[in-house]
Design a protein around this ligand. Structure first.
Ligand SMILES: [Zn+2]
Ligand SMILES: [Zn+2]
Length: 350
């Protein structure tokens, strides 16, 4: 089967290869991929960003929705043909400190993450761990479901880490797919949202407005720190979500938050360097709580399935276009600015 493979560490080294169709063993299930959206971290992989050594070569891609094709002998609770999504984890040990804490995603003992050190979703079939899979209710659309994995990460950030409340004012730095899902969560909490990005992200900011952003700030058109201060009567926001991942946006955001407020890092910053130490000190002197959210708990996934099922958060609004997998390189090399989150499908043929 045709697959997008990262062959080795470094910038580039991504190519189409013909790989053998996998067969499930143990807890694994073989899933026919219907949709595979692209995440910022896939682009990071392409650019050679590797905060920890991954395990190349392997098929990249970790977001998906699909149907079960076959099951390993230990996989229980599912049937062939079930429509599923899953966490990216496989092969965690189940008995280390992280696993016992309910965080198998942090297990140091041979844990695999699909798309990073075991074969991922940008191909026809992927092996997932049945213990990490969720059956989709009939009314959830397969395309929307394909982005439940990143949605869970934003649910973790908004509802569990930041605990946004009605009446809060929140700044969201970055109107990419993560920022726009954070926005949906923030609005569901009844808070006010200020969405910030560059004017070149006009389409995303427009979608943000439709999703309920109360204020839009074009970061290159004004002094956004001053603007946020003005919108909050000089006080600053209660919570800042950093969804852009740049050293400069982290610095800006820290200066937009009120004393004793909090900043949650949701993106995975890929740029070396960071806030100036004077900015950091200023933030510390204001007792700004610096938090981070990455991936999610199993309980977060259960909550996310409910939120998506009830239509409170709709990842589908970010995915306006599906491309044949064969067009992977041409689509990403000439990215359409009106497509927020590109999705590939091996079922579509050119
Ligand atoms: Zn991702
Ligand atoms: Zn473990």
């Amino acid at each position: 089967m045709k697959a997008v493979v990262k062959t080795q560490s470094g910038k580039g080294f991504l190519e189409f290869q013909d790989v053998p169709e996998p067969e499930p063993t143990g807890f694994e299930m073989k899933v026919k991929v219907h949709y595979a959206p692209i995440c910022g971290s896939d682009l990071g992989v392409w650019n050679g960003f590797e905060p920890v050594p991954w395990g190349w070569p392997c098929v990249v891609g970790h977001e998906f929705s699909g149907t079960i094709e076959s099951m390993g002998p230990l996989a229980k609770g599912f049937e062939i043909g079930d429509r599923v999504v899953a966490r990216t984890l496989k092969d965690f040990c189940g008995h280390c400190h992280s696993c016992l804490q309910g965080r198998p995603d942090k297990c140091p003992n041979g844990r695999h993450s699909i798309g990073f050190n075991t074969n991922g979703t940008l191909t026809d079939y992927v092996l997932i761990d049945s213990r990490m899979a969720f059956k989709l209710p009939d009314h959830i659309d397969m395309l929307a479901a394909s982005a439940i994995e990143p949605t869970a990460a934003t649910v973790r950030a908004v509802f569990e880490i930041a605990r946004v409340k009605a009446g809060d004012t929140v700044a969201i730095m970055g109107a990419g797919s993560i920022g726009l899902m954070v926005l949906q969560g923030v609005k569901a909490c009844g808070a006010k949202a200020i969405l910030i990005d560059l004017s070149s992200a006009a389409h995303n900011l427009e979608v943000g407005k439709e999703l309920g952003a109360d204020y839009i700030i074009e970061n290159d058109k004004c002094n956004s720190i001053k603007e946020v201060r003005q919108l909050t009567k000089g006080v600053g926001v209660d919570i800042g979500f950093e969804c852009a991942g740049h050293a400069s946006t982290i610095s800006q955001l820290l200066l937009m938050i009120k004393s004793s407020g909090s900043m949650v890092e949701v993106a995975v910053p890929t740029e070396e360097g960071g806030p100036k130490i004077s900015t950091y000190s200023l933030a510390c002197m204001q007792e700004i709580q610096i938090l981070s959210a990455f991936d999610a708990h199993m309980s977060t996934w259960i909550k996310t399935m409910e939120l998506v099922s009830d239509g409170v958060i709709d990842p589908g609004v970010l995915m306006s276009k599906v491309y044949p997998l064969d067009q992977f390189f041409e689509v990403l090399e000439n990215k359409d600015p009106t497509v927020i989150k590109p999705v590939f499908s091996p079922l579509l043929k050119e």
